[in-house]
Design a protein around this ligand. Structure first.
Ligand code: NAD
Length: 253
Protein backbone atom coordinates (compact mmCIF):
# COMPACT_ATOMS: atom_id res chain seq x y z
CA UNK A 1 0.00 0.00 0.00
CA UNK A 2 0.93 3.67 -0.51
CA UNK A 3 3.63 2.97 -3.07
CA UNK A 4 2.12 5.70 -5.29
CA UNK A 5 0.76 8.12 -2.70
CA UNK A 6 1.02 11.73 -3.91
CA UNK A 7 1.49 10.71 -7.53
CA UNK A 8 -0.70 11.41 -10.55
CA UNK A 9 -0.92 8.57 -13.06
CA UNK A 10 -2.38 8.61 -16.56
CA UNK A 11 -3.51 5.20 -17.81
CA UNK A 12 -4.72 4.69 -21.38
CA UNK A 13 -7.09 1.86 -22.21
CA UNK A 14 -8.27 1.99 -18.61
CA UNK A 15 -11.83 0.77 -19.12
CA UNK A 16 -11.00 -2.88 -19.76
CA UNK A 17 -8.58 -5.74 -19.15
CA UNK A 18 -5.02 -4.94 -18.09
CA UNK A 19 -5.58 -1.16 -17.98
CA UNK A 20 -8.64 -1.46 -15.75
CA UNK A 21 -6.86 -3.75 -13.28
CA UNK A 22 -3.82 -1.43 -13.31
CA UNK A 23 -6.10 1.50 -12.46
CA UNK A 24 -7.62 -0.40 -9.52
CA UNK A 25 -4.22 -1.42 -8.14
CA UNK A 26 -2.79 2.09 -8.62
CA UNK A 27 -5.78 3.48 -6.68
CA UNK A 28 -5.10 0.99 -3.86
CA UNK A 29 -1.52 2.26 -3.85
CA UNK A 30 -2.70 5.86 -3.42
CA UNK A 31 -2.28 7.33 -6.90
CA UNK A 32 -4.63 9.98 -8.24
CA UNK A 33 -5.72 8.90 -11.70
CA UNK A 34 -6.50 10.09 -15.20
CA UNK A 35 -8.36 7.27 -16.94
CA UNK A 36 -8.37 7.33 -20.73
CA UNK A 37 -10.32 5.36 -23.35
CA UNK A 38 -12.92 6.11 -25.99
CA UNK A 39 -16.06 4.97 -24.13
CA UNK A 40 -16.82 7.34 -21.28
CA UNK A 41 -19.63 5.23 -19.79
CA UNK A 42 -17.32 2.26 -19.27
CA UNK A 43 -14.54 4.52 -17.99
CA UNK A 44 -16.86 6.07 -15.42
CA UNK A 45 -17.56 2.64 -13.91
CA UNK A 46 -13.81 2.19 -13.35
CA UNK A 47 -13.61 5.79 -12.10
CA UNK A 48 -16.24 5.09 -9.44
CA UNK A 49 -14.50 1.90 -8.27
CA UNK A 50 -11.13 3.69 -8.04
CA UNK A 51 -12.53 6.82 -6.38
CA UNK A 52 -14.09 4.59 -3.71
CA UNK A 53 -10.54 3.74 -2.63
CA UNK A 54 -10.05 7.40 -1.63
CA UNK A 55 -8.09 8.86 -4.54
CA UNK A 56 -9.05 11.63 -6.97
CA UNK A 57 -9.97 10.31 -10.43
CA UNK A 58 -11.00 11.90 -13.73
CA UNK A 59 -12.05 10.13 -16.92
CA UNK A 60 -11.12 11.50 -20.34
CA UNK A 61 -12.70 10.16 -23.52
CA UNK A 62 -10.01 10.11 -26.19
CA UNK A 63 -8.88 8.19 -29.24
CA UNK A 64 -5.16 7.83 -28.60
CA UNK A 65 -4.46 7.22 -32.28
CA UNK A 66 -5.18 10.95 -32.76
CA UNK A 67 -2.51 13.46 -31.77
CA UNK A 68 -5.00 16.18 -30.84
CA UNK A 69 -6.77 13.77 -28.45
CA UNK A 70 -3.47 12.92 -26.76
CA UNK A 71 -2.69 16.65 -26.42
CA UNK A 72 -6.09 17.13 -24.78
CA UNK A 73 -5.51 14.27 -22.33
CA UNK A 74 -2.30 15.82 -21.06
CA UNK A 75 -3.82 19.33 -21.01
CA UNK A 76 -6.70 18.06 -18.86
CA UNK A 77 -4.28 16.23 -16.59
CA UNK A 78 -2.25 19.38 -15.96
CA UNK A 79 -5.38 21.54 -15.62
CA UNK A 80 -6.80 19.18 -12.99
CA UNK A 81 -3.74 18.01 -11.08
CA UNK A 82 -0.90 20.35 -12.12
CA UNK A 83 1.49 17.43 -12.68
CA UNK A 84 2.00 14.02 -14.24
CA UNK A 85 4.18 11.49 -12.48
CA UNK A 86 3.33 8.21 -14.20
CA UNK A 87 2.15 7.47 -17.74
CA UNK A 88 0.98 3.97 -18.67
CA UNK A 89 0.54 3.61 -22.42
CA UNK A 90 -1.64 0.52 -22.37
CA UNK A 91 -4.38 1.14 -24.99
CA UNK A 92 -4.06 -1.24 -27.90
CA UNK A 93 -5.78 -3.49 -30.39
CA UNK A 94 -4.95 -6.94 -31.73
CA UNK A 95 -4.23 -7.48 -35.39
CA UNK A 96 -5.97 -10.74 -36.28
CA UNK A 97 -2.58 -12.40 -36.96
CA UNK A 98 -2.47 -11.18 -40.55
CA UNK A 99 0.88 -11.94 -42.26
CA UNK A 100 2.28 -9.42 -44.76
CA UNK A 101 0.76 -11.11 -47.80
CA UNK A 102 -2.73 -10.93 -46.27
CA UNK A 103 -2.43 -7.56 -44.49
CA UNK A 104 -3.86 -4.72 -46.56
CA UNK A 105 -2.49 -1.21 -46.29
CA UNK A 106 -5.55 0.22 -44.50
CA UNK A 107 -5.36 -2.45 -41.80
CA UNK A 108 -1.59 -1.90 -41.42
CA UNK A 109 -2.14 1.86 -41.01
CA UNK A 110 -4.90 1.35 -38.44
CA UNK A 111 -2.92 -1.01 -36.20
CA UNK A 112 0.23 1.11 -36.42
CA UNK A 113 -1.74 4.26 -35.55
CA UNK A 114 -3.40 2.72 -32.47
CA UNK A 115 -0.55 0.56 -31.19
CA UNK A 116 2.50 2.66 -32.10
CA UNK A 117 1.68 6.29 -32.91
CA UNK A 118 -0.37 6.60 -29.71
CA UNK A 119 2.72 5.79 -27.65
CA UNK A 120 4.78 8.42 -29.48
CA UNK A 121 2.03 11.04 -29.10
CA UNK A 122 1.40 10.39 -25.41
CA UNK A 123 5.09 10.29 -24.47
CA UNK A 124 5.81 13.44 -26.48
CA UNK A 125 3.10 15.43 -24.67
CA UNK A 126 3.76 14.03 -21.18
CA UNK A 127 7.51 14.56 -21.42
CA UNK A 128 7.07 18.32 -21.73
CA UNK A 129 5.86 18.31 -18.12
CA UNK A 130 8.08 15.50 -16.85
CA UNK A 131 11.16 17.24 -18.27
CA UNK A 132 10.24 20.49 -16.50
CA UNK A 133 9.76 18.56 -13.24
CA UNK A 134 12.90 16.40 -13.76
CA UNK A 135 10.75 13.46 -12.72
CA UNK A 136 8.51 10.81 -14.21
CA UNK A 137 8.02 7.14 -14.97
CA UNK A 138 6.60 5.94 -18.26
CA UNK A 139 5.52 2.34 -18.75
CA UNK A 140 4.73 1.27 -22.30
CA UNK A 141 2.85 -1.96 -22.93
CA UNK A 142 4.37 -4.01 -25.71
CA UNK A 143 3.70 -7.74 -26.22
CA UNK A 144 5.49 -11.00 -26.81
CA UNK A 145 4.49 -10.12 -30.40
CA UNK A 146 7.17 -7.42 -30.05
CA UNK A 147 9.80 -9.70 -28.51
CA UNK A 148 9.14 -12.97 -30.37
CA UNK A 149 7.39 -11.58 -33.51
CA UNK A 150 4.70 -14.28 -33.20
CA UNK A 151 1.71 -12.18 -34.29
CA UNK A 152 0.51 -10.44 -37.42
CA UNK A 153 2.99 -8.14 -39.17
CA UNK A 154 1.39 -4.86 -38.09
CA UNK A 155 1.11 -5.78 -34.40
CA UNK A 156 4.62 -7.21 -34.36
CA UNK A 157 5.98 -4.04 -36.01
CA UNK A 158 4.11 -1.73 -33.65
CA UNK A 159 4.96 -3.64 -30.48
CA UNK A 160 8.64 -3.91 -31.48
CA UNK A 161 8.60 -0.15 -32.14
CA UNK A 162 7.15 0.39 -28.66
CA UNK A 163 10.28 -1.25 -27.24
CA UNK A 164 12.71 0.69 -29.43
CA UNK A 165 10.96 4.01 -28.78
CA UNK A 166 11.03 3.29 -25.04
CA UNK A 167 14.74 2.55 -25.06
CA UNK A 168 15.43 5.63 -27.20
CA UNK A 169 13.57 7.93 -24.80
CA UNK A 170 15.15 6.18 -21.80
CA UNK A 171 18.54 6.94 -23.33
CA UNK A 172 17.66 10.61 -23.82
CA UNK A 173 16.64 11.10 -20.19
CA UNK A 174 18.99 8.63 -18.45
CA UNK A 175 20.11 10.01 -15.10
CA UNK A 176 17.65 12.93 -15.29
CA UNK A 177 14.87 11.54 -13.11
CA UNK A 178 12.75 10.26 -15.99
CA UNK A 179 12.51 6.55 -16.68
CA UNK A 180 10.86 4.61 -19.50
CA UNK A 181 10.31 0.87 -19.20
CA UNK A 182 8.24 -1.78 -20.95
CA UNK A 183 5.94 -4.60 -19.91
CA UNK A 184 5.48 -7.21 -22.64
CA UNK A 185 2.49 -9.43 -21.84
CA UNK A 186 1.95 -12.95 -23.04
CA UNK A 187 -1.57 -14.33 -23.55
CA UNK A 188 -3.81 -12.85 -20.86
CA UNK A 189 -7.59 -13.41 -20.77
CA UNK A 190 -9.10 -10.02 -21.69
CA UNK A 191 -11.48 -8.65 -24.32
CA UNK A 192 -8.56 -8.60 -26.75
CA UNK A 193 -8.10 -12.32 -26.39
CA UNK A 194 -11.58 -13.86 -26.32
CA UNK A 195 -12.50 -16.96 -28.34
CA UNK A 196 -14.53 -14.62 -30.63
CA UNK A 197 -11.43 -12.51 -31.25
CA UNK A 198 -9.27 -15.57 -31.82
CA UNK A 199 -11.81 -16.84 -34.38
CA UNK A 200 -10.95 -13.74 -36.49
CA UNK A 201 -7.26 -14.67 -36.62
CA UNK A 202 -5.58 -15.80 -39.82
CA UNK A 203 -5.51 -19.48 -38.81
CA UNK A 204 -2.68 -20.53 -41.09
CA UNK A 205 -0.31 -17.80 -39.88
CA UNK A 206 -1.43 -18.20 -36.25
CA UNK A 207 -0.37 -21.85 -36.49
CA UNK A 208 3.04 -20.79 -37.82
CA UNK A 209 3.36 -18.25 -35.00
CA UNK A 210 2.49 -20.96 -32.47
CA UNK A 211 5.82 -22.64 -33.23
CA UNK A 212 7.31 -20.01 -30.91
CA UNK A 213 4.94 -20.90 -28.07
CA UNK A 214 4.91 -23.57 -25.46
CA UNK A 215 1.13 -23.90 -25.20
CA UNK A 216 1.42 -26.17 -22.16
CA UNK A 217 2.41 -23.08 -20.15
CA UNK A 218 -0.71 -21.48 -18.62
CA UNK A 219 -1.94 -17.98 -19.44
CA UNK A 220 -1.05 -15.10 -17.17
CA UNK A 221 -3.64 -12.97 -15.37
CA UNK A 222 -4.43 -9.27 -15.54
CA UNK A 223 -3.09 -9.07 -11.96
CA UNK A 224 0.27 -10.45 -13.12
CA UNK A 225 0.45 -7.71 -15.78
CA UNK A 226 -0.75 -4.94 -13.47
CA UNK A 227 1.78 -5.76 -10.72
CA UNK A 228 4.63 -5.69 -13.27
CA UNK A 229 3.38 -2.26 -14.39
CA UNK A 230 3.19 -1.16 -10.73
CA UNK A 231 6.81 -2.21 -10.21
CA UNK A 232 8.03 0.17 -12.93
CA UNK A 233 5.66 2.94 -11.79
CA UNK A 234 6.86 3.14 -8.21
CA UNK A 235 10.11 4.53 -6.86
CA UNK A 236 11.42 1.12 -5.74
CA UNK A 237 12.30 0.45 -9.40
CA UNK A 238 14.34 3.66 -9.58
CA UNK A 239 17.40 1.77 -10.88
CA UNK A 240 15.53 0.40 -13.91
CA UNK A 241 15.46 2.40 -17.12
CA UNK A 242 14.98 1.21 -20.70
CA UNK A 243 14.12 -2.30 -19.51
CA UNK A 244 11.60 -4.85 -20.74
CA UNK A 245 9.80 -7.35 -18.50
CA UNK A 246 8.13 -10.19 -20.38
CA UNK A 247 5.14 -11.42 -18.36
CA UNK A 248 4.15 -14.72 -19.99
CA UNK A 249 4.90 -17.43 -17.39
CA UNK A 250 7.93 -18.30 -19.52
CA UNK A 251 5.86 -19.33 -22.52
CA UNK A 252 8.27 -17.80 -25.07
CA UNK A 253 11.58 -18.77 -23.44
P1 NAD B 1 -8.56 -4.90 -23.81
O1 NAD B 1 -9.19 -4.97 -25.15
O2 NAD B 1 -9.28 -5.44 -22.64
O3 NAD B 1 -8.14 -3.40 -23.49
C1 NAD B 1 -7.67 -2.52 -24.48
C2 NAD B 1 -7.98 -1.11 -24.07
O4 NAD B 1 -7.49 -0.20 -25.07
C3 NAD B 1 -9.49 -0.85 -23.95
O5 NAD B 1 -9.71 -0.04 -22.82
C4 NAD B 1 -9.81 -0.09 -25.21
O6 NAD B 1 -10.92 0.76 -25.06
C5 NAD B 1 -8.53 0.71 -25.38
N1 NAD B 1 -8.34 1.23 -26.73
C6 NAD B 1 -8.23 0.54 -27.89
N2 NAD B 1 -8.08 1.39 -28.92
C7 NAD B 1 -8.09 2.64 -28.41
C8 NAD B 1 -7.99 3.94 -28.97
N3 NAD B 1 -7.83 4.13 -30.29
N4 NAD B 1 -8.05 5.01 -28.15
C9 NAD B 1 -8.22 4.83 -26.81
N5 NAD B 1 -8.31 3.64 -26.22
C10 NAD B 1 -8.26 2.54 -27.01
O7 NAD B 1 -7.16 -5.64 -23.99
P2 NAD B 1 -5.92 -5.84 -22.99
O8 NAD B 1 -5.50 -7.23 -23.15
O9 NAD B 1 -6.20 -5.34 -21.64
O10 NAD B 1 -4.84 -4.93 -23.72
C11 NAD B 1 -4.04 -3.98 -23.05
C12 NAD B 1 -2.66 -3.93 -23.70
O11 NAD B 1 -1.99 -5.17 -23.50
C13 NAD B 1 -2.71 -3.69 -25.21
O12 NAD B 1 -1.71 -2.76 -25.58
C14 NAD B 1 -2.38 -5.06 -25.78
O13 NAD B 1 -1.79 -4.99 -27.05
C15 NAD B 1 -1.44 -5.59 -24.72
N6 NAD B 1 -1.32 -7.06 -24.75
C16 NAD B 1 -2.36 -7.86 -24.38
C17 NAD B 1 -2.20 -9.23 -24.43
C18 NAD B 1 -3.32 -10.17 -24.06
O14 NAD B 1 -3.18 -11.39 -24.26
N7 NAD B 1 -4.43 -9.69 -23.49
C19 NAD B 1 -0.98 -9.79 -24.85
C20 NAD B 1 0.04 -8.96 -25.23
C21 NAD B 1 -0.12 -7.58 -25.16
Amino acid sequence: MNRLTGKVSVITGANSGIGKRTAEIFAEEGSDLVLVARRLDKLQEVEAACAAKGVKVISVSADVSKYEDCQRVIQQTIATFGRIDVLVNNAGIADKHRPITRCDVDWWDHVIQVDQYSVFYMMKEALVHMEAAHSGSIINISSIGGTSYNSGISYSAAKTAVISMSKNVALQFAGQGIRVNVVAPGPTPTALNTPEQISTFDGEFAAQCARHFDDTVPEVSVDDQAYAILFFACDESRGCNGQVIVVDNGRTI
